[in-house]
Write a protein that binds this ligand. Structure first.
Ligand code: ZN
Length: 359
């Protein structure tokens, strides 16, 4: 079955971690082990273009990710001391996608006609097609001013998540308390005017609600699980899920194991010990479907290789190609064929059709 994965940091892996994503995951692992790389997530990646094709993940949302260093809670990806440097790095990542497109590995999807024909081509020809991607920005740090949003749209950007870990120039991340920074509302209004979709993933709770009040365009949560099942501010509360459903939003279930299983201690708990499997991910998908009363708002947004590898993924997942086991799990849980197709790709396709047709 065709799969749409709504969150992959492909360019960040290729450029910051120097991974040749054209290779099978096993080759990338072997190379990193040969080089003596033993840091977290090294030598155990799960994503590459070869694996995407093998698993029929024919469409994804691919990110540019370049964080400006600011006072506040930090994470390993926060590294640039000026926004101009983040701007430059993000354009470098964008150019990486352009290069893969020029070599025939990717198809850059920026509008509904291209998405529609891409999906039809995958459904009829499967693996012969390039992998399609929609460009997103995780953390709006590379946008120097709100009036630069148009430039980014013209460059091919279609989605912005204003926050990531800690403070971004416009919004606070999920691990902080508080609302939007002074330039946040102007950024959101310009995104709506230009036609850039809002990704609420990583926003602090207060920023989430402020953003939904200010921004009237289409809203998604690209890689986000349920707080009711695993309590943490990184996850969506039932109230937030209901707000997204009321706005026609779609929520991508993520595969970072700590977001799937309560009580996870990073670096200590293992997927094996915690019993985290793809079935656990389906628990989160099912929770969204139960709140919606239908299967039209839950989907996939794995975030695989988003700073973690096999050590922090479900124990029955070796590479991203194993997502093909999800339809069978959903069927066992009582989902019919139409609902399963929606969760695997159709809900995202419908979301982008609606988002782009109203522009
Ligand atoms: Zn993320």
């Amino acid at each position: 079955m065709l799969i749409f994965d709504a969150h992959l940091d492909l360019a960040w892996n290729a450029i910051d971690w120097n991974r040749d994503l054209r290779l099978p995951a096993s080759d990338i692992r072997g190379h990193e082990k040969d080089e003596g790389m033993t840091a977290k997530a090294r030598g155990c990646n799960t994503v590459s273009l070869a694996e995407l094709r093998r698993g029929k993940i024919g469409i994804c949302i691919a990110t540019v990710l370049a964080r400006h260093m600011r006072p506040g809670p930090l994470s390993a990806v926060v590294r640039y001391t000026s926004m101009e440097a983040a701007y430059g790095v993000a354009y470098g990542q964008l150019a990486y996608y352009r290069g893969l497109e020029q070599e025939g590995h990717l198809r850059w999807i920026k509008d509904w006609p291209t998405l529609q024909s891409h999906v039809e081509a995958w459904l009829s020809n499967g693996g012969d097609q390039p992998v399609g991607f929609i460009l997103s920005m995780e953390g709006a740090d590379p946008i120097l001013r709100p009036d630069q949003v148009q430039e980014w749209y013209d460059a091919g950007l279609r989605i912005v998540g204003p926050a990531h870990y800690g403070p971004s120039p416009y919004a606070r991340g999920h691990n902080m308390e508080g609302g939007l920074f002074p330039q946040g509302p102007a950024l959101l209004r310009e995104m709506e005017r230009v036609g850039i979709i809002l990704d609420v993933t990583h926003l602090s709770d207060q920023c989430f609600f402020e953003a939904l009040d200010i921004y009237g365009g289409p809203v998604l949560a690209s890689h986000h699980n349920c707080r009711a099942l695993v309590p943490d501010p990184r996850q969506l509360s039932d109230e937030q899920i209901k707000r997204l459903i009321a706005r026609g939003g779609v929520i991508g279930a993520a595969l970072d194991a700590w977001m799937l299983s309560p009580g996870w201690v990073r670096g200590e708990t293992t997927p094996e010990k915690a019993g985290v499997t793809l079935e656990t991910m389906v628990d989160h998908i099912d929770h969204v479907c139960q709140l919606a009363g239908n299967a039209r708002h839950a989907a996939i947004g794995t975030d695989l290789d988003g700073g973690f590898g096999r050590e922090q993924s479900p124990r029955d997942l070796d590479t991203i190609a194993d997502l093909q086991r999800l339809p069978e799990i959903l069927a066992r849980r009582g989902y019919d064929d139409r609902a399963i197709e929606g969760i695997m790709y159709g809900n995202w396709v419908r979301f982008f059709r609606d988002a782009w047709k109203r522009k």
